[in-house]
Structures are given as C-alpha cells and as structure tokens.
Design a protein. Structure first.
Length: 303
C-alpha cells in the first residue's frame, strides 16, 4: 500500500519533471526521492514516470494518477483544516434546545450571529420545555439548551444569557388593564388566574407562588407553556404572569402590565427590575468546543 509521502514525492517530480528540482522543493536528496517513486510504482503496479537521458516524462497512467493525487492531497488538507476548526470550536454540529419564548427573545439574533461568526458550525434545533432540555442533555441528545432554572449544577454548566421583567397579562377589557400604575399582588384578590404546572413549568410556577403569596386569587388552570397561558387570557379565562418578551408572540385581546418590585420577592431577583432569567445550559463533560463559543455569543446579545 502506498503512503501520502510517496504521493507527495510523485506530485513534486510530476510537476517539476526533474528529480533534482523536486528533491530541492521537498528539502531532501535525490536517492531517497527516487526510492519513494519506485516504491509507489511497485505498490500500484504501473509505471508513472518515463526516465531517460533526455529527462523525465509522465506516462498516460502517470497523468491520470497526478489528477487523482491532487484530489487526494486536497482532501487530506481539507480534512486537517476541518479537524483544526472543530478543535477550535469554529466548525462542527451543535444540537440546540429552546422554548417558544426563548426563541422570540434570543434565538433569532443568536442564529444570525452564529451564521456570521461561526459559518461552519451547523445548528440543529429542537423545541422542548426546560425540563426536557435538561433530560436531553443528560441523554446526549442535545449539546446546548436555552432554558429556565433550576438545574442540576453538579452535571450541568450554565450561564445567564437574558434577564427581563415579569409582567401581568390581562384581558384587554379587564378592569386591571385600565390602571395607570404597576400592579401589586393585592390587585388580583378574587381574580381568576392561569397558573403554571409545578413540575413541567416549575420556574414560572415558583415565580407566581412568590408574587401571589399574600393575594387571594383563584387559580383556574395550570399550564406548561407561556403561550398557552396567554391564549387562555385572550379567551377571558383569567389573568396570568409572563416574561416581557412574550409580548412579541402577538396574541390578540390582551395587554401586558408592569408589576411592583419586578415580581414581588427580592429573594428571587438577581436584578429586581428584570427577575426572569434565561440560561444557556450544557453538560459539564461536553467535549464539543463549539458549545462554549456559542454560549459566549449568546451572552453578548442582550447586553
């Protein structure tokens, strides 16, 4: 079987048509160069070069082999370049999980930035709620997620990539929609409220529990998705809480109203004015260099 070194020696001689110049180009002497060509010809079983006192000429087989040799060496160089890019995190595949609301607030700008700054990184998207994203990373189905806390920090790395206000979502003709001030928990006394599922949507469930701790609202239903809660508000089934970015979902017949103290409980708030956090999450054992590159980009999008 021939080697890449033998192919490179053949290409140099075939292009120079002179053993001396080819040896100089390869920074070697002529005898070992000649031996490499001989080994190559024996390996493939054909004569590639005619040698006589007048010089060196390619045979028909040699001309054909030269074309394939260029292709082979280009492929090897390209493979090495891809390997280096992957090792540097500027090429490869990243399987990215996201939620509907995270898609509105950060996914579009993130994909645009990745396309510009890491054009050889392929993003494969998977829409999942936060808990399903964590499970997907554990099982090796996802490399990266855009999800809400809490997470198992012993297994997952995380970084905040977006903070935003928590807001009340009210039917457009509701009495609370007309108040010209931020809404407090007591404003919802006796009101029907669309809550969030304590396991499937734990993050927003806990935010709601904290905000409504001293109120006497009626929880009519519990849902998993912010969009579902907003649609129920639009249908006049109650009020709900949602991150400010959810306004971009464009649900009709609802209004967003600010809340006092950024959501009610300062113990919850890293930033009291923007208590709702979105995190990038990944496995602490991830060997995919592109993951950290994308996290770095995501961290700069919201400022």
């Amino acid at each position: 079987m021939y080697t890449l070194d033998q192919v490179r020696c053949f290409v140099a001689v075939a292009e120079e048509l002179h053993f001396g110049r080819a040896a100089e180009r390869l920074m070697m002497t002529q005898p070992p160069l000649s031996r490499q060509i001989q080994k190559l010809e024996r390996s493939i079983g054909v004569t590639l070069l005619d040698r006589d006192n007048r010089g060196v000429r390619l045979t028909e087989a040699g001309r054909s082999f030269l074309v394939e040799s260029h292709r082979m060496l280009n492929l090897v160089d390209s493979a090495a370049d891809v390997a280096r890019r992957i090792d540097a995190g500027s090429a490869g595949v990243v399987r990215l999980g996201f939620t509907a609301v995270s898609a509105i607030s950060i996914l579009g700008p993130l994909l645009q930035r990745v396309a510009t700054e890491l054009p050889r990184v392929e993003i494969r998207l998977s829409e999942r709620v936060s808990g399903a994203q964590e499970d997907g990373i554990r099982r090796g189905e996802l490399d990266l997620g855009l999800a809400r806390p809490p997470f198992d920090t012993s297994l997952l790395g995380s970084r905040v990539v977006l903070r935003e206000p928590l807001m009340a979502v009210i039917p457009v003709d509701h009495r609370l929609a007309t108040l010209d001030r931020p809404l407090a928990p007591e404003d919802f006394d006796g009101e029907a409220v669309i809550g969030y599922h304590p396991r499937q949507s734990r993050y927003f469930h806990e935010m709601g529990v904290r905000f409504f701790a001293n109120a006497h609202q009626r929880v009519e239903q519990r849902v998993q998705q912010v969009l579902t809660a907003m649609l129920l508000v639009s249908a006049h089934r109650g009020c709900t809480l949602a991150p400010a970015s959810a306004q971009s979902l464009g649900v009709s017949d609802i209004v967003f109203r600010p809340l006092v103290s950024g959501g009610g409980d300062s113990r919850l708030d890293v930033d009291p004015a923007r208590p709702v956090e979105l995190h990038a999450i990944w496995s602490r054992t991830s060997a995919n260099p592109s993951v950290r590159r994308i996290v770095d980009i995501a961290s700069t999008i919201s400022g």
